[in-house]
Design a protein around this ligand. Structure first.
Ligand SMILES: [Mg+2]
Length: 255
């Protein structure tokens, strides 16, 4: 299936869709590194878990600056737009200690997430290394992945501290990630719910999978040719790809 990359295709919220003319699963035959965003990618946006983080961000700003909710939300949004993350804005403009902020905003109830043994099994079948690339903290990622029962699937978690608090999609963070783990972008795939965060990955030569949650933040930056596949949910994409691997194995043409 092909799609002119101007707007998300109508069926991008139904199942995995390849967005480029001629693109098929064989484009992944050479892939040996699978990179996953955490929030709203490894766990589904439908859990509303990230809403808890978002509300904690607002509460942190309300308390820190004695603002009402409306003013805090405005500041939160403005800093996100201007600096790539609310945290980055707070650090640059107010000298905020990022660790205080991260501990506060990640103090959430992860019990809303169900254990995810099927997702773990699907990730197991991907041939090669698996890494997490998150704008949250390692403690946050570790807590969530432990709750889901999949934390041991990943070789490492590259977090916002490792990124020196510079959020995706700053290109230098992708360079740092690749050099830290010896990742060859030409043999890697990035899964992300934020479409704009896929652009630097594609520029480096990675394959890209956009998890389109249908939310404004997910859709931001979805125009362009930096997206290879789109799927409403990581599990659906993996199911489709693993079905392809099954077929290839039966045909004797397995990788
Ligand atoms: Mg995300």
């Amino acid at each position: 299936m092909t799609h002119t990359p101007s707007t998300p295709p109508e069926d991008s919220l139904l199942g995995p869709v390849a967005l480029k003319p001629g693109l098929d699963w064989s484009a992944l035959d050479h892939v040996d590194t699978w990179i996953f965003d955490l929030d709203n990618t490894l766990y589904a946006a439908g859990s509303r878990l990230f809403d808890q983080v978002h509300r904690r961000m607002t509460a942190f700003i309300m308390e820190s600056f004695s603002l009402d909710r409306e003013a805090a939300l405005t500041l939160q949004r403005d800093y996100f737009r201007a600096h790539g993350s609310t945290l980055r804005g707070l650090m640059l403009r107010h000298g905020l200690d990022p660790h205080d902020y991260l501990n506060y905003v990640h103090d959430i109830d992860v019990s809303v997430l169900p254990p995810a043994p099927e997702l773990g099994a699907a990730i197991d079948r991907l041939p090669g290394r698996k890494l997490v690339f998150t704008a949250g903290s390692t403690a946050h990622a570790d807590r969530i992945l432990t709750r889901m029962g999949i934390v041991d699937r990943f070789e490492a978690i590259f977090d916002i501290v490792a990124a020196d608090f510079v959020p995706k999609p700053a290109p230098e963070v992708y360079d740092l990630f690749c050099s830290r783990y010896g990742v060859d972008a030409a043999t890697a795939v990035l899964f992300e719910d934020s479409a704009r965060n896929l652009a630097p990955a594609a520029a480096l030569g990675m394959r890209t999978v956009w998890i389109n949650t249908g939310e404004p933040f997910s859709l931001l930056g979805s125009k362009g040719d930096h997206i290879d596949w789109v799927s409403p949910d990581l599990s659906l994409w993996l199911e489709a790809y693993l079905a392809h691997l099954d077929t290839a194995e039966q045909d004797g043409s397995a990788r």
